[in-house]
Write a protein that binds this ligand. Sequence first.
Ligand SMILES: [Fe+2]
Length: 268
Amino acid sequence: MKILQISDLHLAPGNQDMHGVNPSDRLTQCVEDIRQNHADAELCVITGDLAHKGEIGAYEILREILADLPLPYHLLVGNHDDRKKLLSVFPNTAVDPNGFIQSVVDLEIGRLIFIDTVEIGEKFGGFCAQRAEWLETQLKDSAGRPVYLFLHHPPFDVGIPYMDGMRMLRGEDLLAEIVAPFANIRHMFLGHLHRPIAGSWNGIPFSVFRGTAHQVALRMVETAHLVRSHEPPAYGVILIEPNATIVHFHDFLDDSAFVAQADIDRHH
Ligand SMILES: [Fe+2]
Protein backbone atom coordinates (compact mmCIF):
# COMPACT_ATOMS: atom_id res chain seq x y z
CA MET A 1 0.00 0.00 0.00
CA LYS A 2 1.27 3.44 -0.90
CA ILE A 3 0.65 6.65 1.04
CA LEU A 4 2.17 10.10 0.54
CA GLN A 5 3.32 12.73 3.02
CA ILE A 6 3.68 16.44 2.27
CA SER A 7 4.84 18.82 4.97
CA ASP A 8 5.41 22.48 5.81
CA LEU A 9 3.81 24.26 2.88
CA HIS A 10 3.89 27.75 4.51
CA LEU A 11 1.31 29.19 2.12
CA ALA A 12 0.55 32.91 2.21
CA PRO A 13 -2.53 34.78 0.93
CA GLY A 14 -2.29 36.34 -2.52
CA ASN A 15 0.36 33.87 -3.69
CA GLN A 16 3.05 35.90 -1.89
CA ASP A 17 6.67 34.78 -1.98
CA MET A 18 8.17 33.49 1.25
CA HIS A 19 11.90 33.40 1.97
CA GLY A 20 12.69 33.72 -1.74
CA VAL A 21 10.37 31.03 -3.10
CA ASN A 22 6.71 30.92 -3.99
CA PRO A 23 4.99 28.40 -1.71
CA SER A 24 1.81 28.08 -3.78
CA ASP A 25 3.77 27.51 -7.03
CA ARG A 26 5.81 24.87 -5.22
CA LEU A 27 2.73 23.09 -3.90
CA THR A 28 1.16 23.20 -7.36
CA GLN A 29 4.32 21.56 -8.79
CA CYS A 30 4.18 18.97 -6.01
CA VAL A 31 0.55 18.12 -6.80
CA GLU A 32 1.41 17.93 -10.49
CA ASP A 33 4.21 15.45 -9.74
CA ILE A 34 1.82 13.36 -7.66
CA ARG A 35 -0.70 13.38 -10.51
CA GLN A 36 1.98 12.12 -12.90
CA ASN A 37 3.75 9.61 -10.68
CA HIS A 38 1.81 8.65 -7.58
CA ALA A 39 -1.89 9.02 -8.34
CA ASP A 40 -2.24 5.39 -7.24
CA ALA A 41 -1.50 6.23 -3.59
CA GLU A 42 -4.25 5.54 -1.10
CA LEU A 43 -3.99 8.75 0.91
CA CYS A 44 -1.90 11.91 1.22
CA VAL A 45 -1.13 13.18 4.72
CA ILE A 46 -0.10 16.84 5.07
CA THR A 47 1.75 17.23 8.35
CA GLY A 48 1.22 20.85 9.32
CA ASP A 49 2.43 24.40 8.75
CA LEU A 50 -0.08 24.56 5.93
CA ALA A 51 -0.18 28.37 6.18
CA HIS A 52 2.71 30.63 7.16
CA LYS A 53 0.61 32.90 9.37
CA GLY A 54 -2.61 30.92 9.66
CA GLU A 55 -4.59 33.25 7.39
CA ILE A 56 -7.92 32.30 5.82
CA GLY A 57 -6.59 33.43 2.42
CA ALA A 58 -3.75 30.90 2.67
CA TYR A 59 -6.16 28.07 3.49
CA GLU A 60 -8.30 29.09 0.53
CA ILE A 61 -5.25 28.75 -1.73
CA LEU A 62 -4.58 25.36 -0.18
CA ARG A 63 -8.14 24.21 -0.88
CA GLU A 64 -7.84 25.39 -4.48
CA ILE A 65 -4.53 23.60 -5.13
CA LEU A 66 -5.61 20.40 -3.37
CA ALA A 67 -8.72 20.23 -5.56
CA ASP A 68 -6.35 18.85 -8.23
CA LEU A 69 -4.97 16.12 -5.97
CA PRO A 70 -6.20 12.81 -7.40
CA LEU A 71 -6.49 11.08 -4.01
CA PRO A 72 -7.97 11.76 -0.56
CA TYR A 73 -5.91 13.98 1.74
CA HIS A 74 -5.69 14.49 5.47
CA LEU A 75 -4.62 17.75 7.15
CA LEU A 76 -2.65 18.13 10.38
CA VAL A 77 -1.85 21.43 12.12
CA GLY A 78 1.57 22.90 12.81
CA ASN A 79 2.71 25.86 14.91
CA HIS A 80 2.12 28.26 12.02
CA ASP A 81 -1.51 27.18 11.66
CA ASP A 82 -4.71 28.54 13.18
CA ARG A 83 -7.19 25.78 14.03
CA LYS A 84 -10.31 27.97 13.76
CA LYS A 85 -9.38 29.51 10.44
CA LEU A 86 -8.32 26.16 9.02
CA LEU A 87 -11.65 24.63 10.06
CA SER A 88 -13.59 27.54 8.55
CA VAL A 89 -12.10 26.72 5.13
CA PHE A 90 -12.01 22.92 5.61
CA PRO A 91 -15.16 22.29 7.69
CA ASN A 92 -15.00 18.53 7.13
CA THR A 93 -11.67 18.20 8.98
CA ALA A 94 -12.01 15.70 11.84
CA VAL A 95 -11.77 17.17 15.34
CA ASP A 96 -11.64 15.22 18.62
CA PRO A 97 -14.16 15.89 21.45
CA ASN A 98 -11.78 18.45 23.01
CA GLY A 99 -11.37 20.48 19.82
CA PHE A 100 -7.95 19.15 18.82
CA ILE A 101 -7.44 18.41 15.13
CA GLN A 102 -6.66 14.76 15.62
CA SER A 103 -8.29 11.65 14.25
CA VAL A 104 -7.84 8.08 13.12
CA VAL A 105 -8.05 6.44 9.72
CA ASP A 106 -8.26 2.65 9.56
CA LEU A 107 -6.84 1.17 6.38
CA GLU A 108 -6.48 -2.46 5.38
CA ILE A 109 -2.82 -2.37 6.39
CA GLY A 110 -3.36 -0.84 9.83
CA ARG A 111 -4.38 2.25 11.76
CA LEU A 112 -3.11 5.77 11.01
CA ILE A 113 -3.32 8.15 13.99
CA PHE A 114 -3.04 11.90 13.39
CA ILE A 115 -1.97 13.85 16.50
CA ASP A 116 -2.38 17.58 17.16
CA THR A 117 0.80 18.98 18.80
CA VAL A 118 -0.02 22.68 18.60
CA GLU A 119 0.31 24.94 21.65
CA ILE A 120 -1.59 28.12 20.83
CA GLY A 121 0.72 31.13 20.50
CA GLU A 122 3.90 29.03 20.73
CA LYS A 123 6.38 27.85 18.13
CA PHE A 124 7.21 24.79 20.20
CA GLY A 125 4.84 21.86 20.39
CA GLY A 126 2.94 20.24 23.20
CA PHE A 127 1.03 17.19 24.34
CA CYS A 128 -1.38 17.33 27.27
CA ALA A 129 -3.54 15.06 29.45
CA GLN A 130 -6.57 15.43 27.15
CA ARG A 131 -4.58 14.48 24.08
CA ALA A 132 -2.90 11.65 25.99
CA GLU A 133 -6.23 10.17 27.02
CA TRP A 134 -7.51 10.36 23.44
CA LEU A 135 -4.32 8.79 22.03
CA GLU A 136 -4.34 5.98 24.59
CA THR A 137 -7.93 5.13 23.62
CA GLN A 138 -7.01 5.01 19.93
CA LEU A 139 -3.99 2.82 20.65
CA LYS A 140 -6.03 0.41 22.77
CA ASP A 141 -8.72 0.28 20.07
CA SER A 142 -6.08 -0.70 17.52
CA ALA A 143 -6.14 -4.12 19.19
CA GLY A 144 -2.60 -4.97 18.17
CA ARG A 145 -2.97 -4.08 14.47
CA PRO A 146 -0.06 -2.06 13.02
CA VAL A 147 -0.21 1.63 13.99
CA TYR A 148 1.41 4.59 12.22
CA LEU A 149 1.60 7.94 14.02
CA PHE A 150 1.62 11.34 12.29
CA LEU A 151 2.47 14.56 14.16
CA HIS A 152 4.02 17.92 13.39
CA HIS A 153 6.53 18.46 16.21
CA PRO A 154 9.28 15.95 17.04
CA PRO A 155 9.31 15.02 20.74
CA PHE A 156 13.15 14.90 20.74
CA ASP A 157 16.28 16.89 19.84
CA VAL A 158 17.85 16.38 16.41
CA GLY A 159 21.16 18.18 17.03
CA ILE A 160 20.18 21.48 15.36
CA PRO A 161 20.05 23.79 18.42
CA TYR A 162 17.69 26.38 16.91
CA MET A 163 15.13 23.72 15.96
CA ASP A 164 15.64 21.82 19.21
CA GLY A 165 14.51 24.99 20.99
CA MET A 166 11.11 24.71 19.29
CA ARG A 167 10.46 20.97 19.25
CA MET A 168 7.74 19.40 21.39
CA LEU A 169 8.77 20.95 24.70
CA ARG A 170 5.62 20.32 26.69
CA GLY A 171 4.44 16.80 27.40
CA GLU A 172 7.04 14.81 25.48
CA ASP A 173 7.57 12.55 28.49
CA LEU A 174 3.81 12.00 28.66
CA LEU A 175 3.77 11.04 24.97
CA ALA A 176 6.65 8.61 25.57
CA GLU A 177 4.77 7.09 28.50
CA ILE A 178 1.53 6.66 26.50
CA VAL A 179 3.16 4.97 23.51
CA ALA A 180 5.59 2.79 25.52
CA PRO A 181 3.23 -0.19 26.13
CA PHE A 182 2.26 -0.49 22.46
CA ALA A 183 4.71 -2.65 20.53
CA ASN A 184 2.43 -2.42 17.46
CA ILE A 185 3.50 1.20 16.70
CA ARG A 186 5.48 0.72 13.49
CA HIS A 187 6.54 4.23 12.51
CA MET A 188 6.23 7.90 13.37
CA PHE A 189 5.95 10.46 10.54
CA LEU A 190 6.91 14.03 11.53
CA GLY A 191 7.07 17.55 10.08
CA HIS A 192 8.39 20.88 11.42
CA LEU A 193 12.09 20.32 10.71
CA HIS A 194 12.13 21.05 6.93
CA ARG A 195 14.90 18.48 6.54
CA PRO A 196 15.29 14.83 5.51
CA ILE A 197 15.92 13.06 8.80
CA ALA A 198 15.37 9.45 9.89
CA GLY A 199 16.14 7.46 13.00
CA SER A 200 14.31 6.09 16.00
CA TRP A 201 12.93 7.42 19.26
CA ASN A 202 12.46 5.02 22.18
CA GLY A 203 12.67 2.22 19.64
CA ILE A 204 10.04 3.68 17.29
CA PRO A 205 11.37 4.42 13.79
CA PHE A 206 10.66 7.93 12.52
CA SER A 207 11.13 10.01 9.37
CA VAL A 208 10.90 13.68 8.45
CA PHE A 209 10.82 15.22 4.97
CA ARG A 210 11.82 18.59 3.58
CA GLY A 211 9.00 21.08 3.12
CA THR A 212 7.60 22.07 -0.25
CA ALA A 213 8.89 25.68 0.12
CA HIS A 214 12.00 26.86 2.04
CA GLN A 215 14.17 24.46 4.06
CA VAL A 216 16.20 24.53 7.27
CA ALA A 217 20.00 24.38 6.93
CA LEU A 218 21.99 21.75 8.80
CA ARG A 219 23.58 24.01 11.43
CA MET A 220 24.66 21.99 14.44
CA VAL A 221 25.84 25.07 16.35
CA GLU A 222 23.94 27.74 18.30
CA THR A 223 22.64 30.45 15.93
CA ALA A 224 20.84 33.67 16.87
CA HIS A 225 18.36 33.18 14.04
CA LEU A 226 17.00 30.22 12.17
CA VAL A 227 19.32 29.49 9.22
CA ARG A 228 17.15 28.55 6.24
CA SER A 229 18.23 27.10 2.91
CA HIS A 230 17.09 26.40 -0.61
CA GLU A 231 17.80 22.72 -0.68
CA PRO A 232 15.34 21.01 -3.06
CA PRO A 233 11.75 20.60 -1.92
CA ALA A 234 10.52 17.07 -1.35
CA TYR A 235 7.60 14.92 -0.38
CA GLY A 236 7.42 11.40 0.97
CA VAL A 237 6.41 8.27 -0.90
CA ILE A 238 5.73 5.61 1.71
CA LEU A 239 5.17 1.93 1.00
CA ILE A 240 3.58 -0.03 3.80
CA GLU A 241 3.57 -3.82 3.85
CA PRO A 242 2.75 -6.12 6.77
CA ASN A 243 6.45 -6.69 7.46
CA ALA A 244 8.06 -3.48 6.17
CA THR A 245 7.72 0.29 5.99
CA ILE A 246 9.68 1.84 3.10
CA VAL A 247 10.19 5.62 3.12
CA HIS A 248 11.28 7.40 -0.07
CA PHE A 249 12.40 11.06 0.06
CA HIS A 250 11.29 12.39 -3.33
CA ASP A 251 12.90 15.63 -4.64
CA PHE A 252 10.05 16.31 -7.00
CA LEU A 253 11.68 19.21 -8.93
CA ASP A 254 14.77 17.20 -9.80
CA ASP A 255 14.69 16.25 -13.48
CA SER A 256 18.16 14.70 -13.76
CA ALA A 257 17.04 11.06 -14.13
CA PHE A 258 18.69 9.40 -17.16
CA VAL A 259 19.44 6.10 -18.82
CA ALA A 260 23.12 5.61 -19.73
CA GLN A 261 23.89 5.50 -23.45
CA ALA A 262 25.73 2.19 -22.91
CA ASP A 263 22.53 0.62 -21.59
CA ILE A 264 20.57 1.88 -24.57
CA ASP A 265 23.24 0.49 -26.98
CA ARG A 266 23.17 -2.90 -25.24
CA HIS A 267 19.46 -3.23 -25.90
CA HIS A 268 19.64 -2.44 -29.61
FE1 LIG B 1 7.37 24.65 9.12
